[in-house]
Design a protein around this ligand. Structure first.
Ligand code: ADP
Ligand code: MG
Length: 700
């Protein structure tokens, strides 16, 4: 039969229907190709041979060449122990078996050289190795699997059904025999030369049967590069296709609204980063491609003004704009901060949320459809079918991580032609991760805070020092400041958290008695209207202390609040802590973040607390977070497909990722359709990988 890589795994010698079934179910291996791409998780280094007198009491797994000179049986409490003496030219040690004695005595040849492999123990002045792996030296030398021993991903079921690591290794050898180890090259000649990459065939051979560390490292590099390269190629391609296929509105004019605002109403000088980002957005809006841009900026970096100025450009071109935020409180805040400016510019702006009345809604719907309404701010309510724009030119989404991709595309459909889309997020995503996940979006970054902002001072305090912390809070309140005290809210134990919050509230009421102190409380079990009422009291300065669960996490702006106390800080994730800290440090005063914890802390918690007290840089914090939690957790399950990498790791291999992106970009810049002869291998691989064959046809 003619074998190719799409041949079902059942046909491989040594596999058969039962094993094939297991491989399919347990590891998703259907074809020869799938099996080749089952890369080992790790390797046992069997390039080194130990002498018996080299053994240390703490040496882990070792291999030794020696001969078995004899057996003896030692009676135990239950059953017997089989002990063999293994000798080399430096000494002797014991090999030990608890079971299978008969078979071992029959199969092991005395006074013949073996390679034994296993963990050693030290007992009664002698080293011993229980249940060693043994292989005749002659076989060992002729075997593909002689050097670095690959350990393959497995499952309990596979092992139980006899598909051990060794079996996988054997069928892998069989596969290489049947295919003669020849695999189609997937990268171009120039790329291989420039980066000195090993060929595909060599890389695959060495990933499965490496003779030494160096060859393994080369193979790993090549395969990681390739993996990132094709992800990036697909993302960049998608972006390019998007730009050429999906025409956006071209906003040619920067007109009256924008200029008047810039000249007369801008309350401060823009930071360099804000200017740069506005320029990037302007360039997008002025080209004839639809914008899909992600704007990242730490809390307080001034994204709102960027949003406003972008909307003004849309309005200057006679289009409407909308701004969507994840919560009612945030929408109201945006609305309030933009309302005054819009009034001065004679721009009509409205707010639409879940609490808008039927009458308000009717007016909004009507004025949107006839084009009178220019800017609409709101929550998810904007996505309702009844909300129809006359000509929506720009849609902005704030705090994107609360919205899914599905919602993004829903905004798209609000028009005959898709509006430009700007997504703003204050949860910094490490650049490397952003690249691999959002490679199809363009990214702008505000990496600078407005001037005069004092960085928040962050400290870690243990619960037993609470009185001191309370004294400090009282001093701050005396100076006229306001304080947040935050309790964790974790879904699984909502009732417990609620109790913690209420206990905390009771004790705070005792320590901060009325009428000297006024306290607000906001938590998840309250009705939206009640929450809002309490928030507003705090915003207006009628209460000095806001006791809350993490509902205040995102976006609220109370510049007079100078202290945030985070209770049970060890229970919060890093990005959450950073978001919470962003609630203070918004005014001119020195602000403080106090992380309260108990005494017992896990290692990860210690790292989180240390990171928070060391730095205010959201990107640095995001990098640590990524290392602690892994990319899947950070991005949620939504994008896990992109992150489901076979061999590369966005954290450990970020340099390779960057290089892969660089080359993918370069190649597509110089040859967008990959039609040059030297790019043939790339084109073929891309076509094979790409599910978007129809889109491909469209541009080629
Ligand atoms: P975020 O990026 O978190 O949404 P905001 O847009 O709410 O930040 O801005 C935070 C605060 O900083 C606001 O009070 C805003 O008016 C102010 N601000 C924004 N840009 C500047 C600037 N260039 N100079 C001074 N203050 C600024
Ligand atoms: Mg904001």
């Amino acid at each position: 039969m003619y074998i190719n890589l799409q041949t079902p795994i059942d046909y491989l010698k040594g596999v058969g229907p039962n094993r094939a079934d297991l491989l399919r179910k347990e590891l998703g291996i259907h074809t020869y190709q799938d099996l080749i791409n089952l890369f080992p998780n790790r390797y046992l280094d069997r390039t080194r041979y130990y002498k018996i007198n080299d053994l240390q009491r703490n040496t882990a797994e070792v291999q030794i060449i020696g001969v078995v000179t004899g057996f003896k049986e030692l009676p135990q409490k239950r059953g017997k122990l089989l002990v063999a003496t293994l000798k080399d030219d430096t000494g002797a040690m014991d090999l030990v078996w608890f079971r299978g004695h008969k078979w071992i005595r029959e199969s092991i040849k005395l006074n013949t050289k073996y390679v034994v492999f296993g963990k050693t123990n030290w007992f009664n002045g002698v080293f011993n190795m229980p249940h060693p792996e043994m292989e005749l030296l002659d076989d060992h030398e002729n075997n593909l699997r002689s050097a670095m021993q690959p350990i393959y991903p497995s499952t309990e079921k596979l092992t139980n059904k006899g598909i051990t690591n060794r079996v996988v290794n054997n069928i892998m050898q069989q596969l290489f025999l049947e295919t003669k180890g020849k695999f189609v090259e997937t990268l171009s000649e120039p790329l291989l030369n420039e980066l000195k990459l090993t060929s595909k065939s060599e890389a695959l051979f060495n990933i499965h049967f490496p003779k030494n560390q160096e060859l393994l490292a080369k193979a790993q590099f090549r395969l990681k590069f390739e993996e990132f390269f094709y992800i990036q190629l697909q993302l960049i391609m998608k972006n390019l296709i998007h730009k050429s296929k999906i025409k956006g509105f071209t906003f040619e004019n920067v007109g009256n609204y924008f200029n008047t605002f810039f000249k007369d109403l801008l309350p401060f000088d823009l930071t360099t980063a804000q200017k740069r980002v506005i320029k990037e957005i302007r360039a997008d809006l002025g080209s004839n491609a639809q914008m899909n841009r992600l704007l990242q900026g730490d809390v307080g970096s001034g994204k709102t003004i960027v949003a406003l100025m972008s909307m003004l450009i849309a309005l200057d071109n006679d289009f409407q704009a909308c701004l969507m935020a994840p919560t009612e409180i945030l929408s109201v805040q945006h609305y309030n901060s933009l309302y005054e400016i819009c009034k001065q510019l004679n721009i009509s702006i409205k707010l639409l949320t879940g609490s808008s009345t039927t009458l308000e809604r009717r007016e909004i719907h009507q004025s949107l459809e006839n084009g009178e309404l220019q800017i609409l701010i709101g929550t998810h309510a904007l996505l309702e079918d009844k909300v129809k724009f006359k000509n929506l030119g720009l849609a902005i989404i704030d705090e994107q991580h609360r919205f899914g991709v599905a919602q993004r595309s829903k905004l798209w459909k609000k028009n005959t032609s898709p509006p430009h889309i700007l997504i703003m997020t204050a949860t910094p995503i490490p650049r490397t991760l952003a690249m691999s996940v959002y490679g199809d979006l363009d990214i702008s970054i505000i990496d600078e805070l407005p001037p005069g902002r004092q960085p928040v001072k962050t400290v870690h305090r243990y619960d037993k020092n609470r009185l001191k912390v309370f004294r400090f809070i009282k001093d701050e309140i005396k100076k006229g400041r306001q304080v947040y005290i935050v309790y964790p809210l974790i879904q699984e134990s909502e009732t417990m958290d609620y109790k913690d919050l209420m206990d905390g509230y009771a004790s705070i009421e005792r320590d901060f008695p009325k009428p000297e102190y006024q306290i607000s409380i906001v938590h998840g079990k309250m009705k939206a209207a009640d929450k809002d009422y309490e928030m507003q009291r705090f915003v207006r300065g009628e209460t000095q202390i806001m006791v809350a669960t993490t509902v205040i996490e995102v976006g609220v702006n109370v510049p007079n609040a100078s202290v945030i106390v985070i209770e049970s800080a060890e229970r919060f994730g890093l990005s959450q802590l950073h978001q919470l800290r962003g609630r203070v440090g918004r005014g001119a005063e020195q602000s403080y973040c106090i992380l309260m914890t108990g005494h017992k802390l896990s290692n990860d918690s210690k790292i989180r607390l240390e990171t928070m007290t060391r730095t205010n840089d959201g990107f640095e914090i995001a990098e640590v977070d990524l290392r602690l939690r892994g990319p899947g957790d950070i991005m949620g399950t939504q994008q896990s497909g992109v992150l489901n990498l076979r061999i590369a790791d966005v954290v450990k291999d970020k340099d390779i990722l960057q290089s892969a992106r660089y080359y993918a970009k370069n190649i597509l810049n110089s040859d967008p359709s990959l039609s040059r002869p030297e790019h043939k291998p790339i084109l073929n691989t891309y076509k094979q990988l790409s599910k978007y064959k129809n889109i491909w046809n469209y541009i080629s």
